[in-house]
Write a protein that binds this ligand. Structure first.
Ligand SMILES: NC(=O)C1=CN([C@@H]2O[C@H](COP(=O)(O)OP(=O)(O)OC[C@H]3O[C@@H](n4cnc5c(N)ncnc54)[C@H](OP(=O)(O)O)[C@@H]3O)[C@@H](O)[C@H]2O)C=CC1
Ligand SMILES: N[C@@H](C=O)C(=O)O
Length: 273
């Protein structure tokens, strides 16, 4: 099973001017999708579009938009709502940081939340009802292993990606049985411009044993999508580690509501009747 069969065959990919998004463009075009590619920088975006269109013969259009800007974001939302052939959304645009709270600029943190969280949320809210009305579709949200390990990089970055993971799991809960395919992808360190933007120089400054190519990352993510995974963690070698972690979370959920504080807080217990 590689696609939702009756879904429209155009994919909109954010952050497609380079890195992971540009590999998604290549791979989805090879799978027969026409593409709408979104990013701020027109020249690299057009270069990706031209290269992918020439290699695949697919129809590839670009939308130059800053997803941190409300009016640009609303333009992309309108496209998802109104273009009847769009049936797949890859929410990939994002950026990170490596600094501690004390060394971070709060305006930069707010900008990170705007792209990594607000834009992803608004695009999903535009896409999901439209895809349902079109008979099905796919939403892929690019999170990070920092969603599970917020100690790794900048704290706001990890928190934005934890949001992406939780939001995606809620989408699966609400819409996964209504014809939408939902996936969160959690890359580990991947060789892209991410690291320069984050302030760490280059991915070649990281231990090579933990850095994946963007090509391998996307190919594994698409294999996970094909196999029906809701959460795909390409670098995690033993997938049962995630399965056990998630099973524990689900098992704990029924115990999270109670009228009385737990005995460990030593509050007086109501007298037995
Ligand atoms: N590389 C890594 O190690 C990891 C990456 N990720 C995640 O993967 C995703 C892709 O990152 P990656 O490919 O690695 O990094 P890149 O920096 O190579 O790509 C980021 C993409 O997002 C776009 N983008 C950034 N800000 C905006 C904006 N305001 N509006 C529109 N587009 C924007 C950039 O285009 P432009 O500048 O033209 O706008 C670019 O196309 C991100 O969400 C990132 O958090 C997760 C884990 C690890
Ligand atoms: N997942 C990567 C960035 O988001 C990393 O932690 O290396």
């Amino acid at each position: 099973m590689s696609h939702v069969s009756n879904a429209p065959r155009t994919a909109l990919i954010t952050g497609a001017s380079g890195g992971i998004g540009s590999v998604y463009a290549d791979r989805l075009a090879r799978r027969g999708y026409d593409l709408v590619l979104v990013a701020r920088q027109e020249a690299p975006l057009r270069a990706v579009a031209d290269r992918v269109a020439a290699a695949s013969g697919r129809n590839v259009t670009i939308v130059v938009a800053d997803l941190g800007d409300a009016s640009d974001l609303h333009r992309v939302e309108a496209l998802l709502r109104d273009a009847p052939r769009i049936g797949m959304l890859v929410n990939n645009a994002g950026f990170g940081g490596v600094t501690s709270l004390a060394k971070s600029d709060v305006d930069r943190m707010e900008a990170m939340i705007a792209v990594n969280v607000t834009a992803l949320t608004r695009l999903t809210y535009a896409a999901a009802p439209a895809f349902l009305a079109r008979g099905g579709g796919t939403i892929v949200n690019i999170a990070s292993i920092a969603a599970l390990a917020p100690e790794l990089l900048n704290g706001v970055y990890g928190a934005t990606k934890a949001y992406v993971l939780a939001f995606t799991q809620s989408l699966q809960h609400e819409l996964g049985n209504q014809g939408l395919r939902i996936q969160a992808v959690l890359p580990g360190a991947t060789a892209t411009a991410f690291w320069g933007t984050a302030g760490l120089g280059d991915s070649s400054d990281l231990p090579s044993a933990i850095v994946m190519t963007a090509e391998n990352l996307v190919d594994a993510a698409l294999a996970g999508l094909d196999s029906g995974e809701v959460v795909t963690i390409p670098p995690l070698q033993d997938g049962t580690e995630w399965t056990r972690y998630e099973a524990q979370r689900v098992a704990m959920a029924p115990h999270l509501g109670h009228a009385q504080p737990a005995p460990r807080y030593s509050l007086p217990r109501p007298e037995a009747a």
